[in-house]
Ligand binder design. Structure first.
Ligand SMILES: [Ca+2]
Length: 83
C-alpha cells in the first residue's frame, strides 16, 4: 500500500495516521508486529517503510520500528501522511 499521493488521502483504506501501517484507524501493537515482520521479510509488510520522514527509503529496519514505538509513546517523529 505504501505512501499515497495527497489526492488519495480522502479515499480509505490509504494510511491516514502516521505509523498506522495496517490501516486500522489507530496506532497499536498490530502496527509494531507488522514492522517486525517487515524487517525479517519486506514482502510481509511493505507499508512499514515509514522512516525517515518523507519519501520511503526502500528499507524496513530499526528506524521504522523506532518510529512506530515513538508514535505509540505519543511522540510521532513525522506528521500524518494525510493531515
Ligand atoms: Ca525505512
Amino acid at each position: 500500500m505504501g505512501h499515497p499521493a495527497n489526492n488519495l488521502c480522502e479515499h480509505p483504506p490509504f494510511q491516514i495516521l502516521y505509523a498506522d501501517i495496517v490501516v486500522s484507524g489507530v496506532v497499536d501493537l498490530d502496527d509494531m508486529i507488522c514492522v517486525i515482520g517487515g524487517i525479517g521479510n519486506q514482502a510481509d509488510c511493505p507499508a512499514a517503510d515509514i522512516a525517515p520522514c518523507g519519501p520511503p527509503d526502500g528499507v524496513i529496519d530499526l528506524d521504522d520500528l523506532l518510529s512506530v514505538l515513538s508514535t505509540l509513546a505519543g511522540s510521532p517523529p513525522c506528521p500524518d501522511p494525510c493531515p
